[in-house]
Ligand binder design. Structure first.
Ligand code: HPA
Length: 271
């Protein structure tokens, strides 16, 4: 059923572009401006794509963009579906699976997250080294789709080490503040309580957010190389006295947009 839907979607997209993307990119909240760095060949709104869902969150545009960055053909999801919007996990990971079936071998997942690592500040970046899935579910639950991958995927190196090293190299080159750490994926849509953030810290996390983990799981199932980057848009609840708001999150993401876009452009060109 899911596989047939994916084939329908891929068939449709192949009629809309000649590009054979090698790298897939998912742009998180407020990070859509990277598209300015891309030589765009086609922009297709999610609502026009069979089996895709239009996003409901502000700051998420909802386009699938095909183009090139340097010599690399890319497919970009400008916006994503979140579990908290009420989408099934199947729908949350559908676009990731679509990119894989279009031929993408590497996927770059980006997001906004609340940070609670030592020395973290709003506007910093965090390279995701590993994750803890606290969403209470898993996108691979249900019958395994054997055309996509195995029943019990290994997650020992869910985030590719070479890609992590490459990200570090680029941050050093530009002297941009960054951290490395474990991303805790929660369902939302509430932000965390301070007690929850203390718990996340205790279990080894450094950042928390409401996305990325389902896509990273689906991508590992598919055998893709995964890189993931958080923009720490705010300190997590209780770390500072300030209350959290989506406006603060999107505002900080906008402030680092240029740094983020430069980083991503170089990263895509060098992988
Ligand atoms: N918590 C969860 N998700 C987030 C946060 C946060 O503090 N900031 C941005 N996304």
């Amino acid at each position: 059923m899911v596989f047939a839907k994916l084939q329908e979607t891929v068939g449709f997209l192949r009629t809309r572009t000649q590009i054979k993307p090698r790298v897939g990119i998912v742009l998180g909240s407020g990070l859509g401006a990277f598209v300015k760095e891309v030589t765009v060949e086609a922009t297709i709104p999610f609502r026009d794509i069979p089996n895709f869902n239009a996003p409901t969150v502000e700051g998420h545009q909802g386009n699938l963009i095909f183009g090139t960055v340097g010599n690399n053909a890319v497919a970009i999801l400008q916006g994503r579906n979140h579990y908290y919007e009420g989408h099934s996990m199947e729908n949350v990971v559908f676009p990731t699976r679509t990119l894989a079936l279009l031929g993408v071998e590497t996927i770059v997942l980006t997001n906004s997250a609340g940070g609670f690592g030592e020395t973290m500040q709003g506007g910093d970046f965090m390279i995701i080294e590993d994750h803890i899935n606290l969403m209470g579910t898993n996108p691979l639950m249900g019958p395994n789709i054997k055309e996509l991958g195995p029943r019990f995927p290994d997650m020992t190196e869910a985030y590719d080490r070479k890609l992590i090293t490459k990200m570090e190299e680029i941050f050093h080159r530009h002297q941009v503040r960054y951290h490395k750490g474990v991303y805790c994926g929660v369902s939302g849509p509430t932000y965390e309580t301070p007690a929850e953030v203390r718990y996340l810290k205790m279990i080894g996390g450094k950042a928390v957010g409401m996305s990325t983990v389902p896509e990273a799981i689906a991508a590992n199932h598919l055998g893709l190389r995964v890189a993931a980057l958080s923009c720490i848009t705010n300190l997590a609840a209780g770390i500072s006295r300030q209350k959290l708001s989506h406006d603060e999150v999107t505002q900080t993401a906008r402030e680092v947009e240029q740094k983020f876009s430069t980083f991503l452009k170089e990263f895509v060109q060098e992988i």
